[in-house]
Ligand binder design. Structure first.
Ligand SMILES: [Zn+2]
Length: 340
């Protein structure tokens, strides 16, 4: 028997309520922010009454077994529903493996609709490429379907520490498109490598070391020579250097990844491509910025000089305006500290 839509909506709202109540218990949210969010949930539930009936996500074929819902290369917003990173699927011999929970419950449901149009096989695993909101918040949908979820240990730590905060930000941004989402931690955490056997398909989860965000991993299909790289690899949009991003380590991790010599790479952001392109816009950019900042430090220059670095070779990339100066400033501050 199907549950009536309004009842389902009510149950989902309760789940959001539970997540928000947990936030308050842990004391990491102000009372007024909590009240605003509660009001938002009540309003979206009462006014809409139904989950947004958005269409299935578009899946682009990469190989006979691999497809990707390519995310927008701009910042997350209500229009793209938080789909600004790549959500990939591997159709293994006995089941489907999904790479990334996606930004929210609704988005994961739309990915599932797209999968059902391709294959009758059940989804058996969900992999989170790291602990960022758009990698794990949709876990809530997959948890409700009974699918096992796996991530790197550092990503799980990140979800425990900042998951509720990611949820709150996502709810404010996605409003009715956030309905149903709650923080669902992965079932399994691993450190360096983890092999998944799905029927006759062998899938390897690999940590190449520090990169963009804690717990970044890649997914390797050796027989197809396809790598779902995750956030170790960007193109078409400028990458972000966070305060905790270890740029020097990322440059080395990139080499370990490239050593696999994959034929096709699905990056964390941007369409499927090759290593040379990703090297140019990821490792190449990080090396360029490091060299420029080293030169400033060598001549006793300051933060203002870092902000003024000519990054125009990358100006055609999306999110350049939002991130270029910020990246230079963050890397300058890290390298300046290290020089002491
Ligand atoms: Zn990302």
């Amino acid at each position: 028997m199907q549950l009536p839509g309004t009842l389902l909506m009510f149950i989902r709202s309760l789940k959001i309520f539970r997540s928000l109540a947990a936030t308050v218990r842990h004391g990491d949210s102000s009372g007024s922010a909590f009240a605003c969010m509660l009001l938002l949930v009540v309003l979206t539930t009462a006014a809409g009454g139904q989950a947004s009936a958005l269409p299935p996500l578009h899946l682009t074929q990469v190989t006979d077994q691999v497809f990707v819902a390519v995310g927008a290369t701009g910042p997350p917003n209500y229009e793209n529903a938080g789909h600004n990173n790549n959500l990939s699927i591997i159709i293994a011999s006995t089941g489907v493996v999904v790479v990334n929970g996606g930004d929210n419950y609704q988005l994961a449901a739309r990915l599932h609709q797209a999968i059902k149009l391709l294959t009758p096989l059940p989804v058996v695993w969900v992999i989170n490429e790291n602990g960022q909101g758009h990698a794990f918040l949709g876990n809530s949908y997959w948890r409700d379907q009974g699918v096992k979820i796996i991530a790197h240990g550092l990503a799980v730590d990140e979800i425990r520490k900042h998951g509720t905060q990611s949820l709150q930000q996502m709810i404010v941004r996605n409003r009715d498109k956030s309905i149903g989402t709650y923080v669902a931690e992965p079932d399994i955490a691993f450190e360096e490598r983890y092999g998944l056997e799905v029927g006759t398909t062998r899938i390897e989860l690999i940590s190449f070391g520090e990169a963009h965000s804690p717990g970044d991993i890649s997914v390797w299909l050796a027989d197809q020579e396809v790598l779902i790289a995750g956030d170790i690899a960007f193109h078409q949009r400028l990458l972000a250097i966070f305060p905790d991003t270890n740029v020097a380590a990322w440059i080395e991790s990139f080499d370990r990844m490239a050593a696999l010599e994959p034929k096709i790479v699905i990056p964390g952001h941007g369409t499927p491509t090759d290593i040379a392109t990703l090297r140019k816009y990821t490792q190449g950019y990080l090396q360029f910025l490091t060299r420029q900042i080293q030169a400033i430090l060598d001549t006793d220059g300051g933060l203002a000089a870092a902000y003024a670095i000519d990054q125009s070779a990358y100006a055609h990339l999306d999110t350049f305006d939002e991130l270029a100066a910020k990246n230079a400033g963050r890397l300058f501050q890290t390298m300046e500290m290290e020089a002491f």
